[in-house]
Design a protein. Structure first.
Length: 271
């Protein structure tokens, strides 16, 4: 059960937040070598992928916190960062999603980037899109207590990467039908107001479970927004698409070399 705002304010001195990737529990006895926990008052933050359209992060709760079961709260990303959460006007929020930080079977210790060892009783890892996107390439702050007064301010900088890039499989065909076993599938990396499709490089992209390279590419506006979209063509067989495929991922790079990841639905035919 999620704490009320008043309960949250009372709890914050015991809370501790960590950031990393997708919604899975990390073994209690180990922390990944590349983790860089940062103390935010009585929370810890480990910023991983802070992208224009989403963020990979995790959460943890200090072992002294009176929290039984999973710790449930809300996560927000705020840009520009407030100077403090006291008197914050609650503007500039980019995300407001519920999180549930799992309780560990055994208490463990996380080491901060300053070398401090902090015992925690809860830890989890998450991957979330923002409610509004994209963010500017500028500082942001993550807060897992919905901006509760007394929380610390620990900032990160948004980088030119995408966790939820806008793509369209079989552009112009709402059925998303893809013939498996033979034939080609088209995938459009859509241009946006912050991503120039004409600046994308076809050879940087891979598609499907088998990470196929594009057979051909062209620039055209597939969605009528007067922006260039990079349309890539792949062999459905080389891409690893099969009768059980429901979604497929296009991975690549932005013009500045940032990571790019987009997912769309697929409806296999010919099975």
């Amino acid at each position: 059960m999620a704490p009320t705002p008043s309960e949250t304010s009372r709890l914050w001195p015991w809370l501790m937040v960590v950031t990393a990737s997708a919604t899975l529990l990390v073994p209690a006895t180990t922390a990944e070598a590349e983790d860089h926990w940062r103390i935010s008052s009585n929370t810890l933050i480990d910023y991983r992928d802070v992208c224009r359209d989403g963020i990979r992060f995790g959460g943890a709760v200090r072992a002294t916190a009176p929290v039984s079961g999973s710790y449930k709260s809300r996560a927000i990303v705020v840009q520009p960062p407030p100077t403090s959460w006291e008197g914050w006007d609650r503007k500039g929020r980019a995300m407001k999603r519920r999180i549930s930080i799992p309780r560990l079977d055994e208490k463990t210790t996380l080491k901060t980037e300053d070398g401090e060892d902090v015992p925690v009783s809860h830890e989890g890892r998450f991957r979330m899109p923002y409610d509004r996107a994209p963010l500017d390439l500028a500082p942001v702050v993550l807060n897992l207590e919905n901006g509760a007064a007394g929380s610390g301010i620990v900032t990160a900088t948004v980088t030119d990467c995408y966790l939820y890039a806008a793509i369209e499989i079989q552009p112009g065909d709402p059925s998303k039908k893809v013939t498996v076993g033979h034939g080609e599938v088209s995938v459009a990396a859509l241009g946006t107001n912050v991503l120039n499709g004409g600046a994308l490089t076809a050879s940087d992209f891979r598609f499907g479970p088998a990470n196929a390279e594009a057979k051909a590419s062209e620039l055209r506006d597939v969605n009528g927004d007067n922006r260039d979209d990079l349309v890539l063509r792949f062999s459905s067989t080389e891409a690893g698409l099969g009768c059980s495929t429901k979604t497929a991922v296009l991975r690549g790079k932005t013009p500045t070399g940032g990571s790019y990841e987009g997912t769309d639905k697929v409806k296999p035919t010919g099975c």
